[in-house]
Design a protein around this ligand. Structure first.
Ligand code: GN1
Ligand code: MG
Length: 562
């Protein structure tokens, strides 16, 4: 590393001293903490992003968001050239970099990484980083810190894209590296035109959302609400109303948003008994999660939740149907056949009833630890891989080889049987692959796909919800002295430490019919999470409470709270 580069790094890093006595770690989705202590971390992530871009000789992204967390929190994560999460191999380096106490240690860690990773670091190669942030008030100054980090690497360029949803930034990084247009209008154009294609391909052609039967969306008072209003202007018959759009002064994620709705199973602010029977949906604070819900007639605040597992089931059913049409009878004559391997990926938080349902459909179901980075990696191993977290974060990945086969098959069918059911099925799958975000779970594109499939099936939200009945479940958070004392294995379903806790959980679980329970340390909050399922709600609640007490006993003081 040249002398000028080293002194530039020493000088600029001295402007961003790390907070004393704080250790941050690159958790489930990057660094997250109270925004007031994040400047130094974000500055250093700027440096890291520039190094990653040099290493991969591609465009990378930096997103400043704390998603569903409270408005005073913020966070930062890197988007890899593929549009996915930062390669997990680089996470330890991110931790070291962010926790280095002095500019000199920081410099020596950078030097080590440059050497180990053989990063072309001569100031000749250039790095390019796309920057985005959500609507948090702290976002602007944190974004400036990221720019400082980037510009402390010679030849690195930062492109500030302003306020974006997290999936928009992922989509743009993916698009840029594929040589496609990576702008917000290009994003909206792609998702809205592929949505229109799906609608045009609805059997018998005619169904369009009746005006009084359009979805009502809770925007979590965040960036998703703002962007959905843009989409509403492009697809005028899509959404009935966007509430909590962030424009009317409501506080981000405060009694609103997908996380609140999914975990508390109550209506978000601004919804109530007037909404009985309507199809409602909720985005999270950075619009990478989506859940649906309806308000039952006997209640003003309780909801019937349609979560990520149900979305996964709906998508799986639709894709499977299209694949069946494409490969049935008349098709066998074609020399151009392909047995597409369709698989689904879930985490331990998936409702047990959803897993049973997916297996009944004949699908291969794989489990990974929590966090999209794990699910995405597994889903990418299928020709078509669908992954969802129960909280509504997920997408459908199509392999390059399947897509090229599909394009060729579609062209072949267009010649021999244009407009046939087979060709329509091919076109539907092609449209889904363009509509659904190939980089990461995306609430806006998932909303469009759900809306298109419900119209295709001519299903109400109730009919969709009846695909299977969720097993009653309960989630709790327990504050403990040191959550890292909990170490898990088997896709987080078994706690290896502290010793004896798993046996105690098993003994408790065995008391409940259809009981299932696990604990794990959160990667985004300073808590241990408890998840319990049982055949009744009382059972699930009581199992979760007993296990929360065990966590308290084994891990030291803290109060358990929902
Ligand atoms: C139970 C739960 O919902 N956990 C969420 C939450 O992670 P934790 O590590 O559980 O805090 O935030 C992650 C990032 O948004 C998301 O991927 C994950 O599913
Ligand atoms: Mg989110």
């Amino acid at each position: 590393m040249k002398e000028e580069q080293s002194s530039l790094l020493l000088k600029s890093s001295s402007l961003f001293p790390p907070p004393q006595g704080v250790k941050l770690s690159y958790g489930t989705a990057g660094f997250r903490a109270d925004a007031s202590i994040l400047k130094s971390a974000v500055y250093r992530v700027g440096i890291l992003a520039a190094l990653r871009s040099l290493k991969t000789q591609s465009v990378v992204g930096v997103m400043i968001t704390a998603s569903h967390n409270k408005v005073t929190d913020n966070g930062v994560k890197i988007v890899d050239p593929s549009g996915g999460m930062l390669s997990q191999e680089w996470e330890p380096f991110a931790d070291q970099l962010v926790n280095a106490q002095t500019p000199e240690t920081l410099l020596s860690i950078i030097r080590e990484c440059v050497e180990k990773e053989k990063i072309p670091f001569d100031g000749v190669q250039s790095a390019e980083i796309l920057l985005g942030r959500d609507t948090r008030p702290s976002g602007e100054s944190l974004l400036e810190a990221a720019k400082h980090g980037i510009s402390s690497i010679f030849g690195a360029i930062a492109l500030d894209l302003g306020i974006l949803t997290t999936p928009q930034l992922h989509w743009m990084v993916h698009a840029r590296n594929k040589g496609m247009k990576a702008t917000e209008p290009a994003y909206f154009e792609q998702i809205s035109s592929s949505f229109r294609c799906l609608i045009d391909l609805i059997p018998n052609g005619t169904k369009v959302n009746k005006l009084d039967n359009r979805v009502v969306v809770d925007g979590a008072d965040g960036v998703g609400g703002e962007k959905l209003l843009v989409l509403k202007n492009i697809l005028t018959d899509l959404v009935n109303e966007v509430r909590n759009s962030g424009k009317d002064g409501g506080l981000l994620n405060d009694g609103v948003g997908a996380d609140y709705v999914q975990k508390e199973k109550v209506v978000p602010r601004g919804f109530g008994s007037n909404d009985v029977g309507k199809r409602c949906a909720s985005l999270d604070g950075d619009a990478d999660r989506l859940v649906y819900f309806s308000v039952p007639s006997n209640s003003s605040s309780k909801i019937d939740l349609v979560d990520g597992d149900k979305m996964l089931s709906l998508f799986a059913l639709f894709i499977k149907e299209q694949l069946n049409i494409l490969t049935r009878e008349g098709n066998k004559k074609s020399n151009n056949n392909f047995q597409a391997h369709l698989g689904v990926v879930q985490t331990a938080y998936a409702n047990g009833a959803s897993t049973d349902y997916l297996k009944q459909l004949g699908l291969e179901v794989i489990f990974t630890p929590t966090g999209v980075k794990h699910l995405h990696e597994k889903a990418a191993q299928f020709d078509i891989g669908i992954y969802f977290e129960a909280n509504g974060h997920g997408t459908i990945l199509f392999s390059e080889s399947f897509l090229s086969w599909l394009e060729a098959r579609n062209n072949e069918l267009a010649l021999v049987s244009e407009g046939s059911e087979q060709q329509k099925a091919a076109l539907r799958l092609l449209s889904v692959s363009k509509l659904i975000n190939q980089a990461v779970g995306d609430a806006l594109s998932c909303l469009l796909l759900v809306e298109a499939i419900l119209q295709h099936m001519d299903w109400s939200i109730h009919k969709w919800n009846e695909l299977y009945q969720d097993l009653p479940s309960r989630q709790l958070k327990v504050k403990v002295v040191d959550r890292t004392a909990v170490v898990t294995t088997n896709a987080e379903t078994v706690a290896v430490t502290p010793p004896g806790i798993q046996e105690a959980i098993d003994a408790e679980t065995a008391k409940y019919p259809r009981g299932r329970c696990f604990i794990r340390p959160s990667g985004t909050e300073d808590v241990v999470r408890v998840y319990a399922e049982a055949s009744t709600q009382e059972g699930a609640d009581s199992l979760a409470n007993s296990v929360a007490k065990l966590v308290d006993q084994f891990l030291g003081s803290g109060s358990s709270a929902r």
